[in-house]
Design a binder for this molecule. Structure first.
Ligand code: HEM
Length: 320
């Protein structure tokens, strides 16, 4: 926890707050895990294991022994569909906890999680009905990225961190750099999805592809990463050499977080290059997915903590 950020006083008993924190953390883990299980569906060519939606096979919501698909592909796809219900149940539990605890600051975030998961069901249906069109598969991923961001915000708020605009301990230049990192990070992920949509891991041999030249899109993706690293180094230099944070303890935490983001980015970039030059082996693609989700979570958390979107005027003690 950022020591310099004083948590708001919880309005309920500690055990009630602990339950809430457990639930929102479980939601974050589940939102991240479903990206990985979705990746496993794609990488094992199980995308059309259940060839219809919402039924698994025509006339049956469960896998049918008469299906032509390979049983392994059927079950991988079917279990991934079932996980959506687990995720939905956790999101509903979060909504109930939020309503019971009268945390008005969490209501919208919690409701958006439920709506987003319902939306994922629809996008999942479109994905199957379009025979895994990469735009549909990519939209699935982008919605997950938004939901992971929302789940991170829920965790942060549940810990009692101040809401938007409550605090202004960071100079505008640092806040704007973190905002730019968030935008660039989202662009890197979106371009990664375009690379995947042009690559060999479609989820089924019959699935359509974007048709972009893989070298070109991978090159743009990697260039965006290089820009991200440049911006991140700029942000770290500013943290080290300019008086952008008006509290020493807070500054030390910011620096530690920035180094963590830097290390994850370098590891993720290394996996990216290795997978590119070795013909995108499945295990590395999974590691790259995990890296993308991890990087996004820590980046959003950092953004929330520096109050990147704070509207409060800068404090007189901060001049940069
Ligand atoms: C901050 C660093 C990076 C992030 C956050 C990132 C993120 C992503 C994401 C989200 C995807 C889509 C994954 C999927 O749909 O399965 C992807 C795919 C890909 N990325 Fe990256 N990436 C990074 C660095 C790199 C670098 C430096 C390269 C080097 C060329 C690279 C090469 C690739 C390739 C080849 C794919 C397609 C994999 C496939 O066909 O399944 N990435 N990346």
């Amino acid at each position: 926890m950022d020591p310099a950020l004083a948590p708001k006083t919880p309005s309920h008993s500690p055990s009630h707050s602990r339950l809430g924190l457990f639930l929102v953390r479980a939601l974050l883990v589940a939102q991240s895990a479903i990206v990985l299980t979705g990746g496993a569906v794609r990488l094992t060519q199980s995308g059309l294991g259940c060839p219809t939606w919402p039924e698994c096979a025509p006339g049956s919501f469960l896998p049918s022994p008469h299906q032509a698909e390979d049983p392994l592909n059927i079950w991988i796809e079917f279990i991934n569909r079932l996980l959506t219900f687990v995720l939905f149940a956790i999101a509903l539990a979060v909504v109930i906890w939020v309503l019971k605890s009268r945390r008005r600051d969490l209501r919208t975030l919690a409701a958006l999680q439920v709506l987003g998961i319902l939306g994922q069901g629809v996008v999942g249906g479109i994905t199957v009905l379009t025979k895994l069109h990469p735009a549909a598969v990519g939209s699935h991923f982008i919605l997950s990225i938004a939901l992971i961001g929302g789940a991170v915000a829920l965790v942060e708020r549940s810990k009692g961190y101040p809401g938007r605009g409550d605090l202004n301990a960071t100079a505008p230049i640092a806040r704007n750099l973190v905002r730019a990192l968030l935008i660039l990070g989202a662009l890197v992920i979106t371009m990664g999805i375009v690379v995947t949509g042009s690559g060999p891991h479609a989820g089924d041999t019959t699935a359509p592809r974007f048709g972009f030249e893989i070298r070109t899109v991978a090159w743009i993706h990697a260039d965006l990463v290089i820009a991200f690293v440049g911006l991140l180094i700029g942000y770290m230099l500013i943290l080290h050499f300019a008086p952008v944070v008006n509290d020493q303890v807070l500054l030390a935490t910011r620096k530690a977080h920035a180094w963590r983001i830097f290390a994850i980015t370098l590891a993720q970039g290394a996996i990216g290059y290795i997978q590119y030059f070795t013909g995108v082996p499945e295990l590395l693609v999974m590691a790259h997915l995990l890296g993308a989700v991890t990087l996004w979570s820590v980046l959003v958390r950092h953004g929330l903590r520096v109050r990147a979107f704070s509207r409060v005027a800068p404090s007189p003690s901060i001049s940069v």
